[in-house]
Ligand binder design. Structure first.
Ligand SMILES: Cc1cc2nc3c(=O)[nH]c(=O)nc-3n(C[C@H](O)[C@H](O)[C@H](O)COP(=O)(O)OP(=O)(O)OC[C@H]3O[C@@H](n4cnc5c(N)ncnc54)[C@H](O)[C@@H]3O)c2cc1C
Length: 388
């Protein structure tokens, strides 16, 4: 813990993650970033230590922890300078099977996900032509005997090249035949190891940060009907159900990023002497850091509130969205302040500020953009008319 750290909950859990992350220092992440490679050894170590199985109940071989503890795990990874975004979905994507899958699906998949035999960290929802308007998605799944035949396209399907399974949202009833727009979509578990040649094509997308993400094309991809999760036509609700967990966990990663930026910046501002005094003595340097810190702590409180509600089985949609927005804004504010504090060195690769700056920027857009969170709050919390 550094001088700027707040008194942290779960000190033993944090210590365990810090101990693991010590083997993957900033140089590890920097070199991967330069080579645009996946953090294989880190993800393997995290899996072997059982941390990615935090949310899987003990009866299926997981740690049976709550979202609160899971959020602390991901926060600490980012706080140590790493990027949990490379594997965070392995923690929560399985929630759709856990909450909506059949007993047979849970028995078949959860223990193997828990022990790391299977990776389920690809999640295909977003499509190029419909974007945030998820209920309009066009990828089509048609039942033919014992299989569903899938045709269409996804974009930004992350980690698909480092996953054995993909959770896929596809349309099973044409849009014009449904009564409510949330109906007619279904969730499938696609076994990527078992697809017919030519039925699935993956094209990587090069992004501003080192993030393995892709366009995915389906051409008569056959998925066994046994791999339909829950009831046909109710998939959108199942996906929505998992989004609160995703938002809470990603908020925690942003908090980890933000505190990393603040630590680095306060240390640097205390040491860098210009005009005969530390730059940190100038209010022009202090205030942006202080403001980002205040906003981080507010996001942090909302994170614990949202996670506690989720862990108690209570509604947490508003809190999960609010912490995601507060944390993404605060980490971005801290990132900007860090670049400014470091002057020219903020741009130098060896300081890692520019890498983390690029990494944390994502969370203003994904997995849900700030505008759509504000729309959610306006409509569902403030009772204002739906704007779209
Ligand atoms: C690196 C990366 C990884 C990703 N990983 C995944 C993944 O693994 N799986 C997956 O399914 N998706 C993934 N995504 C997709 C991500 O969830 C979407 O990019 C995000 O939801 C925004 O959708 P869009 O890009 O289509 O933007 P659009 O929906 O086209 O929106 C563009 C802009 O317009 C704004 N906008 C749109 N409608 C409104 C409105 N009504 N009111 C106000 N503003 C509006 C948005 O806020 C946004 O700023 C990833 C994206 C990125 C960049």
């Amino acid at each position: 813990m550094t001088a700027t750290s707040p008194p942290a909950a779960f000190p033993e859990l944090r210590q365990a993650i810090q101990d693991l992350c010590r083997h993957y220092p900033n140089t590890y992440w920097r070199e991967l970033d330069e080579r645009r490679e996946y953090p294989d050894t880190f993800v393997q170590a995290l899996t072997e230590a059982g941390w990615l199985a935090a949310l899987i109940p003990e009866q299926y071989g997981g740690a049976g922890l709550g979202v609160t503890e899971a959020s602390v795990i991901l926060e600490e990874i980012n706080r140590c300078g790493g990027n949990a975004g490379a594997c965070h979905a392995q923690m929560y994507t399985m929630g759709t099977i856990l909450r909506h899958g059949s007993a047979a699906q849970k028995e078949k998949f959860l223990p193997a996900i828990a022990n790391g035999e299977l990776r389920l960290q690809a999640f295909g929802v977003t499509e190029p032509t419909t974007g945030s308007d998820t209920t309009k998605l066009k990828t089509r799944a048609v039942r033919r005997g014992d299989v569903y035949v899938i045709n269409g396209q996804k974009v930004w399907t992350s980690r698909v090249q480092h996953s054995d399974l993909m959770l896929l949202l596809a349309r099973t009833t044409p849009l014009e035949e449904i009564r409510k727009k949330s109906e007619g979509l279904s969730v499938f578990l696609v076994d990527l190891r078992d697809v017919k040649p030519g039925s699935l094509a993956v094209t990587p997308i090069r992004t501003m940060m080192n993030h393995e993400t892709n366009q995915v094309f389906f051409d008569d991809l056959e998925v066994p009907a046994d791999n339909l999760i829950g009831e046909e036509g109710r998939g959108f609700r199942y996906i929505l159900d998992g989004m609160n967990v995703e938002r809470i966990l990603i908020a925690a990663e942003c908090i980890g990023d933000g505190d990393w930026f603040i630590d680095r910046s306060t240390n640097y501002a205390g040491e860098r002497v210009v005009f005969g005094r530390p730059i940190g003595q100038n209010q022009g340097i202090q205030f942006p850091l202080a403001r980002a810190y205040v906003n981080l702590r507010a996001a942090d409180l909302m994170r614990y509130r949202a996670a506690a509600l989720f862990d108690a089985g209570q509604a947490c949609g508003a809190e999960a969205n609010m912490t995601k927005l507060l944390a993404a804004d605060a980490s971005w504010q801290a990132a900007n302040a860090a670049v400014q504090t470091h002057g020219g060195f903020g741009f130098a690769q060896e300081y890692d500020i520019e890498r983390k700056f690029r990494e944390t920027r994502l969370y203003q857009v994904a997995p849900v953009s700030t505008n759509l969170i504000l729309s959610y709050i306006a409509e569902h919390v403030l009772g204002l008319p739906r704007s779209y």
